[in-house]
Design a protein around this ligand. Structure first.
Ligand code: AHM
Length: 338
């Protein structure tokens, strides 16, 4: 197989972007490089998950009351470590940690950004060899530079994100990230160990064939949501046939497929859990930012995800996200206009 060595690597791409802004400090490029490095290390461990004794519960329970797998701990520590030793990040918030972490040394206190991440989304799928991922979100801190970062830096609405992205550890490993200027996807080329630009300027199709939802919860959803799901299974004027149901159980993989091919992903509230399962800061906000930059939309069923003012680090939110045309159609159902 001929491999095109002229394809830009992640580092080359971020530097090329940086060169368009001669006054930029390069902190964001450096941060993305750090994230790329951590992703490569986690990828190595994910790839050998079936071979080594790294599977299974780490014996602890995370702040959401869920079992923590060993790979979650590994990924969390790697992302945190790489960001701590970089030059761009004042502190982090992680889905796996109770509270945010202030790096609190001279370089970090003078850094511009804070990062929030879900180190291993879909971790329930680790031991069955299904795609899992890391999701991240970058904010400019609101606290004074030179001092340790504070909680308010992490509790910013998603519309203040500077960048967001995810890594999918799947049939190939991909890093997709968005800034306000666009969404770009990089595939890990194992022969050189670099993320290479494979999906420039990703645009989410206005319509697609896929709807992704946990059907097992159907009778716990609100009636309007049930009517929409029911509608997905019938003929629609836009596609000429029913949508195809695809639900991986790793949001990052479901959202990625729908971003590329067009579709809608839903994790609605249920009677017993009105706020659903997903976390606003670690899952919903970064995905909403990426999908919106690519031309799609994301709501909690009432308002735009990115406009929600967070009040706590681990708050949950219902999530509806995907192709713009399908989201508009969903809204008609949610407003009881259909
Ligand atoms: P996790 O953080 O424990 O991995 O849970 C998040 C995952 C999402 O990736 C996925 O969409 C969802 O949980 C699936 O939940 P369910 O099994 O309730 O449908």
């Amino acid at each position: 197989m001929m491999v095109n060595r002229n394809i830009l690597t992640l580092d080359e791409f971020t530097i090329q972007q940086l060169r368009q802004f001669p006054k930029a400090t390069g902190e964001l490029s450096s941060l993305l490089r750090d994230i790329g490095l951590a992703a490569k290390r986690v990828n190595v461990e994910v790839n050998k998950a079936g071979l080594v004794d790294i599977l299974g519960d780490a014996g602890s329970v995370n702040v959401q009351g869920e079992d923590v797998k060993k790979l979650d701990v590994y990924a969390n520590n790697h992302f945190m470590g790489v960001l701590k030793h970089g030059i761009s990040c004042a502190g982090i918030g992680s889905e796996e940690l109770d509270d945010f972490v202030v790096f609190n040394d001279e370089v970090s206190n003078n850094s511009k950004y804070v990062v929030l991440f879900d180190p291993l989304d879909g971790s329930g799928n680790i031991d069955v060899n299904v795609s899992i991922g890391t999701i991240f979100s970058v904010y400019k801190r609101v606290s004074e530079k030179g001092k340790p970062c504070v909680k308010e830096d992490f509790l910013q609405p998603g519309n203040r994100q500077v960048a967001a992205g995810y890594v999918i550890y799947g049939s190939s490993t991909m890093l997709v990230y968005a800034t306000r200027r666009g969404v770009n996807g990089f595939t890990l080329d194992p022969s050189i160990g670099e993320f290479s630009l494979s999906h420039p300027n990703i645009q989410c199709p206005e319509y697609g064939m896929f709807y992704s939802v946990n059907h097992g919860n159907f009778f716990r959803y609100d009636e309007k949501v049930r009517r929409y799901i029911d509608g997905c299974q019938r003929k629609t004027k836009d596609t000429g046939g029913p949508y195809t149901q695809r639900y991986i159980g790793s949001m990052v993989a479901d959202v990625h497929r729908n971003l590329i091919k067009g579709g809608i992903f839903m994790y609605p509230g249920t009677v017993d859990k009105p706020k659903g399962k997903l976390r606003l800061l670690y899952e919903a906000n970064p995905c909403a930012f990426i999908v919106e930059v690519a031309g799609g939309a994301a709501t909690d069923g009432v308002q735009r995800i990115l406009d929600i003012q967070p009040t706590e680090l681990h708050q949950r939110t219902p999530l509806f996200i995907g192709s713009k045309g399908m989201m508009d159609e969903l809204e008609l159902y949610l407003q009881a206009k259909i």
